[in-house]
Design a binder for this molecule. Structure first.
Ligand SMILES: *Cc1c(COP(=O)(O)O)cnc(C)c1O
Length: 362
């Protein structure tokens, strides 16, 4: 295969064995003489596949019995609206922890539906690095829920421990970190993720929700955004994205059968991130990552070249070396290497070797 290493922030790399299997069975799924993309979602064959995907996700995440899995539309941003419509009242409030771009977008959307108490955690530490001030986490015990972003995809900031919110439900946007490591699901009310980073095709959203949070939504809530309707209908109130569901199911099997589960996934991801951060930190300032090591994302490594006038040459030569998708987000500039689950260690080795040779040549 003549493939590149794709460091794009999303949609992003998917595991090659998954893509190969999807290709192999694309025209004729399971001997049925048709593609999975052509099958009725009401057929017993599709239902079997759909149930298996949910069960496989439950198994790899070790979901407690009182949590449901919902598959919804509209990706991560769809949930920015669905969460407040389902959990909060117009005259109530929700706490929104602000740690970067994505948590900011979430709280802006939520303001349409409920009162929002924004809790600003972004700060600079004593070394001038981007950090989070956890002492500023002052929560309202009356809030409908606390929302935070587990991994700020744009800023490269990850919060590794679930926030302690007492009895107030914790809602996590895990779009860019879900399935990268084990989490204690019992600490959360909802974990949701747009699929296109660690799971599968875009437009699809995985929602893990504690049963007691499935209740009456605000009266104006569109039915396709309603958690209770989605749950009662087995995520098939309307036609789901059948192909995304299928492909996500293959990714769950890949994590379980070929990686060995989330503990093994975490080891792999920690090794990849350490390789790149250590390389950057020992480049004598040629490359700089300015995130506090305690919050450095394992999934999205943002960095700058000391001499930013070399950015274009860097991207051009990286591309020639088969390393693509490294341009930073337009909000921050610089570079970003996304090291999602599907990125092998060899890809990160190839990147650090390229960065080393670029440094010696420029
Ligand atoms: C990508 C991303 C989203 C947006 O997902 P869409 O599917 O494009 O709506 C939301 N939150 C985080 C943290 C993301 O990384």
């Amino acid at each position: 295969m003549s493939k590149v290493y794709n460091f794009s922030a999303g949609p992003s790399m998917l595991p090659e064995p998954v893509m190969a299997r999807a290709q192999k069975e694309f025209l004729n799924y399971n001997g049925l003489g048709m593609s999975v993309i052509e099958m009725s979602h009401r057929s017993k064959e599709y239902q079997a596949l759909a149930d298996e995907a949910v069960q496989d996700l439950r198994d790899i995440m070790k979901l407690p019995d009182n949590y449901k899995v919902l598959f919804m539309h509209g990706g991560g941003r769809g949930m920015f609206a669905s969460v407040p419509m389902n959990l909060a009242a117009k005259d109530g409030t929700a706490d929104y922890v602000h740690t970067g771009a994505w948590s900011g977008y979430a709280l802006k959307e939520a303001r349409k539906y409920t009162g929002v108490n924004a809790i600003e955690l972004e700060c600079l530490n004593e070394k001038g690095q981007h950090s989070l001030n956890m002492d500023a986490l002052k929560l309202d015990p009356q809030a409908a829920y606390v929302h935070y972003c587990m991994n700020e995809t744009i800023h490269g900031i990850e919060i590794f421990e679930p926030l302690n919110t007492g009895s107030v439900p914790l809602v996590a946007d895990a779009s860019s970190t879900i399935l990268s490591r084990p989490v204690d699901v019992s600490k959360f009310g909802i974990i949701y993720a747009g699929a296109q980073k660690n799971i599968g095709p875009s437009g699809f959203c995985v929602v893990i929700i504690r049963e007691d949070l499935i209740r009456e939504a605000a009266p104006f809530t569109p039915d396709i955004c309603d958690f209770r309707i989605t749950c009662d209908k087995g995520s098939m109130f309307n036609t789901p994205n059948t192909f995304a569901w299928y492909l996500s199911g293959l990714v769950f099997k890949w994590i379980r059968d070929e990686i060995g589960g989330l503990e093994a996934m975490e080891k792999r991801n920690a090794a990849k991130a350490a390789l790149l951060y250590d390389f950057i930190d020992s480049s004598d300032g040629y490359y700089v990552n300015s995130v506090d090591p305690a919050y450095r994302s394992r999934m999205n490594v943002v960095f700058n070249l000391r001499d930013e006038s070399l950015n274009e040459a860097f991207l051009k030569e990286a591309k020639e070396a088969g390393l693509v998708g490294l341009k930073g987000h337009r909000v921050l500039g610089g570079m970003r290497a996304s090291l999602y689950n599907a990125m092998p260690l060899e890809g990160v080795q190839a990147l650090t070797e390229f960065m080393d040779s670029f440094k010696s040549r420029h």
